[in-house]
Design a protein around this ligand. Sequence first.
Ligand SMILES: *Cc1c(COP(=O)(O)O)cnc(C)c1O
Length: 369
Amino acid sequence: MQVKYLDLPRQFRDNALLNKIRVLFETCQFVLGPEVEAFEANVAKLCQTPFCVGVNSCTDAIFLALKALNIGSGDEVITVPNSFFATAGAIVATGATPVFVDVGEDYNIDAGLIEKAVTDRTKAIVPVHLTGNPADMVRINEIAVKHKLYVIEDAAQAVGASLCGQAVGSFGDVGCFSLHPLKNLNVCGDGGAVTMRSKEIFEKIKLLRNHGLKNRDDVACFGYNSRLDTIQAIVGNHIIEELEKTTLKRIDNAAFYDRELSKLHEWVKVPPRRKDVKQVFHTYVVRVKRISELMKYLSSNGVETKVHYPVPIHLQQPFLALGYKRGMFPNSERQSEEIISLPIHQYLTFEQISFVSESIKSFYQGVDE
Ligand SMILES: *Cc1c(COP(=O)(O)O)cnc(C)c1O
């Protein structure tokens, strides 16, 4: 039995999608246009926000959000050390300084530690909804109001997730999404989206993503080339039709793992769950004992697993050079050595997912003896 971590070839073997792309080759309107606008409307609806701007990645979504809020050199932005590197990279790209706050048992920012990190230079908080599980947006927003900080949600992993029925991307001043092929709402290349309630921020980011152009010939401000590709908008509009279905499949798969792997609680810790949360399981992360032996065992049995992420951001080369050290964010560091992500994609069959959980059980039975 082979259980791949993802099955993109299966997803993109799709003639209906190819036909939609073929239509674009007749008009050749490759830059912006109605498909991008339709995609923005689709994401705005999903995120319960009045506005959305399509951009070329989540990295640029975060960067443009910070720029639109006039955050840059001399400013501090609070975020987590256990995300994909781009969260911190986008902050650094503006000239601002990322200030890391450790995470809790749910892998998300520990809201109880945020206020200690606030200084008179702090301008924003960038919580990450890691694994597709919403961060504690109620407390984060309370802290933001108290200290007059902006909130930019890194929702790259959490499209479709919600807290008490409210969608991620609608809690902060700006919500940032990724359409990267490995994300839940994926396209065949790079893409991203920004959501917001404020018309002013909407208009600013729309300018920033397209050279500051307010029309074909007139520039209103300095900007960038960060547009969402029209082909990717077509793909996004196609894939978003199935998003709820694939999300529910991921949630079912997670429930199966929860049930089966809870039996191994001495060895395997399943993801924490909260009431009133729709957790979309971009990744199904378990904390395990004997991680490297387990991963080797699973791999030799045909089960592909990943680690998100084995090296915390503050221990990556560019941050080490700035004086960050091991020991500064103990939860993130400990978790990075104990977490693995199991296959959870929408094409897993019952036989495959059972095989994954049975393989994990048989590994720990071997260890017990
Ligand atoms: C993938 C990811 C990003 C970057 O997204 P891109 O679209 O590849 O730029 C940022 N933050 C998190 C948490 C991610 O998972």
